[in-house]
Design a protein around this ligand. Structure first.
Ligand code: SF4
Ligand code: SF4
Length: 86
């Protein structure tokens, strides 16, 4: 299964919880102890087992464009970097 991770810009988050409802891996939760500058409890990635697949659903649904997704590229799909010899 693909590996991924996300970055959540917590200062952009308005705490709507949409991302937590759509994540198929259930690795997004709301902060309970922390308020951002806008006064919301923001979302946070809770993925100590590395279960995020980088599917991107959370970023698509976020109305505040607060989530950036990173997905590992399989070795077979990597484009070789030209070297001085090639
Ligand atoms: S990229 Fe997919 S698996 Fe990862 S946190 Fe977002 S919805 Fe969940
Ligand atoms: S969908 Fe976006 S704004 Fe809503 S809780 Fe998630 S990160 Fe915050």
């Amino acid at each position: 299964m693909a590996k991924g991770t996300i970055y959540i810009d917590q200062e952009r988050c308005k705490g709507c919880e949409l991302c937590t409802t759509v994540c198929p891996q259930q690795v997004i939760a709301m902060e309970s102890q922390f308020l951002n500058k806008r006064g919301y409890h923001p979302a946070a990635l809770v993925d100590s087992n590395g279960e995020c697949t980088g599917c991107g659903v959370c970023a698509v649904i976020c109305p505040d464009v607060a989530i950036t997704v990173f997905r590992e590229v399989p070795v077979s799909r990597r484009v070789p970097v030209p070297t001085a010899d090639s």
